[in-house]
Design a protein around this ligand. Structure first.
Ligand code: SF4
Length: 317
C-alpha cells in the first residue's frame, strides 16, 4: 500500500531550527526534523515574527483568565499583541488549507496548545492558558491533527498523532478528487479496523452517515464524516481494543493456516495483551500470514500498515 501523498505539516518555526525565539535561539527537535521529517514536509510559521515583533525581542506572556486573556509584554504590559496574533492565526487558517497536521511549540504564549502559564492580576501563574495563535488556529481548523512538541515525546501520543496525520492526508486526497458514494464507502471500508480500534461506537456512527447516499449532498456528508472520523482517531487506543481488532483480523485466517500457525498467532496476540511484546509483533505476524494467504478485504485495511513502518512507532506501544 502507498500511505498517501506526502503530508505537509504546519510547525512552529523554532522547532525546525530557525533562530526565531525571543532571545534569538532555536529549539530544534531531533525526532521531528530528522525522523518524521523523512516522511513529511514542514511549513514553518513563527507568529511572533510574522506580526513584526522581530528577533531578538522583549518577551511576552499571557495574562487574565482562560476566557478573557491578553498577550502582553512581560516588562511593558501596554504592549498588547493579542489581536495581532489572533488575526494572523485567522489569516493562516485560510492559507494553510492543504496541511495535514500541526506541531506547536509547548508553553509558548503564542504557540502553546495547552497548559501555558497564565498570569492573574495578583501575579499568580496557573497553567490554564492556551497560546493565542494556537487557540484561534485550532478553532478555525477543528479537524486538523494538532500536537505539541513536548507531548510528542510520549510514545502513545506520538503514534496517535502520526496516524491521524496520514489518515487525514488520505481523506484530503479523497475529497480533492471529488466525493462519490463509491469512494466514501471504499474509504470507510478500508479504515474499518483502524476506527474500530479507537471506538466501535464511532465506527457505527460513521457507517450510519453513509447508509443513505442517494440524492443527498455528498459535501455535507463529507463534512460530518470528517469531523466524526478525526474526533474518533483522537481517542487513545488501549491494549484491550488493539487485541480485539487483532483477533477480528486473525479470524480471516481461520481456515487458511494450520493449527500450529494459529497457535503462534494467538500466543503473539496474548503476549501483546500481557505487555510482553509491543504491538508491532502481532501485527507483523499477521502481515506475514496474509502475505502467504492473501485476502482482498484484509489487504486493503489501513490498520495493518497505516504510516511508514520505519518510523518504528508500533515498537514503542
Ligand atoms: S514558539 Fe512560536 S512564537 Fe515562539 S519562537 Fe517558536 S514559532 Fe515563534
Amino acid at each position: 500500500m502507498t500511505y498517501a501523498e506526502r503530508p505537509t505539516i504546519g510547525i512552529s518555526s523554532c522547532l525546525v531550527g530557525q533562530k526565531v525565539r525571543y532571545d534569538g535561539s532555536a529549539k530544534r527537535d531531533r525526532w521531528i526534523v530528522d525522523e518524521l521529517g523523512k516522511f513529511v514536509d514542514y511549513q514553518p510559521v513563527c507568529p511572533e515574527v510574522a506580526i513584526g515583533l522581530g528577533t531578538p525581542r522583549p518577551p511576552i506572556r499571557l495574562v487574565g483568565t482562560p476566557d478573557a486573556y491578553r498577550v502582553v509584554g512581560v516588562d511593558d504590559a501596554t504592549v498588547d499583541v493579542t489581536r495581532a496574533l489572533e488575526d494572523f492565526a485567522l489569516d493562516m487558517s485560510g492559507q494553510l488549507g492543504g496541511i495535514s497536521g500541526y506541531v506547536f511549540m509547548s508553553k509558548s504564549p503564542s504557540c502553546g496548545m495547552e497548559r501555558v502559564k497564565l498570569y492573574a492580576d495578583n501575579g499568580y501563574a496557573s497553567k490554564k492558558g492556551v497560546g493565542a495563535y494556537a487557540r484561534v488556529l485550532m478553532q478555525a481548523l477543528p479537524n486538523l491533527p494538532c500536537e505539541e512538541e513536548g507531548r510528542l515525546h510520549d510514545a502513545m501520543l506520538r503514534e496517535n498523532f502520526v496516524n491521524r496525520v496520514f489518515t487525514y492526508r488520505r481523506w484530503q486526497t479523497l475529497r480533492g478528487q471529488g466525493l462519490t458514494a463509491k469512494s466514501l464507502i471504499g474509504f470507510h471500508s478500508r479504515h474499518k479496523y483502524m476506527v474500530m480500534a479507537h471506538s466501535q461506537a464511532a465506527y457505527q456512527r460513521l457507517g450510519r452517515l453513509l447508509s443513505h447516499l442517494k440524492g443527498v449532498d455528498l459535501a455535507k456528508v463529507g463534512d460530518a464524516y470528517e469531523a466524526e472520523l478525526m474526533t474518533a482517531l483522537k481517542r487513545r487506543v488501549g491494549r484491550k481494543r488493539h487485541v480485539n481488532v487483532l483477533q477480528h483480523i486473525q479470524g480471516y485466517l481461520k481456515t487458511r493456516i494450520d493449527g500450529s500457525d494459529k497457535q503462534e498467532l494467538a500466543d503473539s496476540i496474548e503476549a501483546y495483551r500481557r505487555e510482553e511484546v509491543p504491538l508491532v509483533v502481532p501485527v507483523k505476524l499477521l502481515r506475514h500470514y496474509f502475505r502467504r494467504n492473501p485476502d482482498n478485504y484484509i489487504d486493503q485495511q489501513w490498520y495493518l500498515d497505516p504510516y511508514p513502518e520505519s518510523l518504528g512507532l508500533r515498537n514503542a506501544i
